[in-house]
Design a protein around this ligand. Structure first.
Ligand code: ADP
Ligand code: MG
Length: 321
């Protein structure tokens, strides 16, 4: 069992940013309205994620660290019909197998604090805490030097964390999200529901002011988000954010569709800044492609690509009028 957790950890927990992402997704699944993320030295020495979600009772807290003990997946069919972020029930077990973890949680009636050390439960106490969940991860990969050596400089690890926190904030603008690094506040999304405000925080006034809101649908897909006017572009692909049913994804095809849609407006070598959220019947999405859940497979890809082109074209044609 411990070995299985460590193998799974190789897929889910490549670096601190994966841990931040898994914990934040758990917080969102728990209905959090506020999530605070504190990381130290790029998350290598310590990560603390705290939320005001529904919390867990002591029994659920223990179960949370058992592999495949997800509370979110009841039948095999659910695998193809996934509404929540988490579904494999392996993140916490994996994380706890390669780090020191302290989980403190309270569901409003009962609370508990559990301490895991490299796969072993070493301490457990019941008590009352603020409603919600706080998870603290330290000593990542200290007992697995082969993994530890793949970690990069703190500044680099932090840049990946910051990117992920930004993306989650963008796709959940109604949740208050704060990020700090080595005790310094770095990012603070007010949870006002305004993504333009989050864009402003991330990229400054020019980008936020040039963002055009979009809202397009066909029979299968509903796209909302922002496309930034092509006069402001970037030299890399990293500024195109996509989510499917609230799940941040990486999709080369969707990126290519966006680039193609911008092609008339933009010189080669330049890439758009855009946020596209796709809502689609969960029956059309398979998120079970890779354990890190970054990739999704969407049925009716060609229709989606066409709708993306249409979305961008309309946004800029309207602007030019
Ligand atoms: P999954 O999210 O795939 O179910 P995880 O290993 O990420 O698996 O989490 C295991 C379980 O622990 C979740 O199903 C959930 O019941 C519980 N859990 C984890 N984090 C939180 C949290 N922040 N608030 C409430 N429950 C949580
Ligand atoms: Mg999870």
């Amino acid at each position: 069992e411990h070995l299985a957790n460590m193998i799974a950890a190789g897929e889910v927990v490549e670096r601190p940013a994966n841990i931040v992402k898994e914990c934040m997704e758990n917080s969102l699944d728990a209905g959090a309205r506020t999530i605070s993320v504190e990381v130290f030295e790029g998350g290598i020495t310590r990560i603390v994620v705290e939320d005001d979600g529904e919390g867990m009772d002591p029994e659920d807290a223990r179960l949370a660290f058992c592999r495949h003990a997800t509370s979110k997946l009841r039948t095999e069919d659910d695998l193809f019909n996934i509404g929540t972020m988490g579904f494999r029930g392996e993140a916490l077990a994996s994380i706890a197998s390669v780090a020191e973890v302290v989980l403190q949680t309270d569901d409003g009636t009962t609370g508990t604090r559990l301490r895991y050390s490299y796969g072993n439960l070493v301490d457990q106490e019941e008590g009352r805490f603020p409603k919600g969940t706080r998870i603290e991860i330290s000593g990542l990969f200290v007992r697995t030097p082969a993994r530890f050596k793949y970690l990069r400089r703190p500044a680099y690890e932090f840049s990946i964390i910051s990117d992920i926190v930004n993306k989650i904030a963008l796709s959940h603008p109604d949740v208050r999200i704060a990020l700090s690094h080595d005790g310094r506040p770095v990012f603070n999304a007010a949870g006002s529901g305004s993504r333009q405000e989050i864009l402003y925080q991330m990229y400054g006034r020019d980008v936020a002011a040039s963002a055009v809101a979009v809202d397009e649908a066909d029979e299968d897909f509903h796209i909302t988000g922002y496309v930034v006017q092509p006069k402001i572009s970037r030299a890399s692909r990293h500024y195109m954010f996509m989510s499917v049913n609230g799940r941040i994804i990486r999709s080369r095809q969707m990126q290519d569709a966006l680039i193609d849609a911008y092609a008339d407006y933009m010189p080669p070598g330049r890439y758009p800044i855009a946020i596209l959220d796709v809502e689609v019947d969960t029956q059309l999405v398979d998120v079970n492609v890779h354990p890190n859940k970054w990739e999704v497979r969407i049925s009716k890809q060609p229709e989606l690509m066409e709708l993306i082109r249409e979305t961008v074209r309309k946004a800029f044609d309207m602007q030019l009028r």
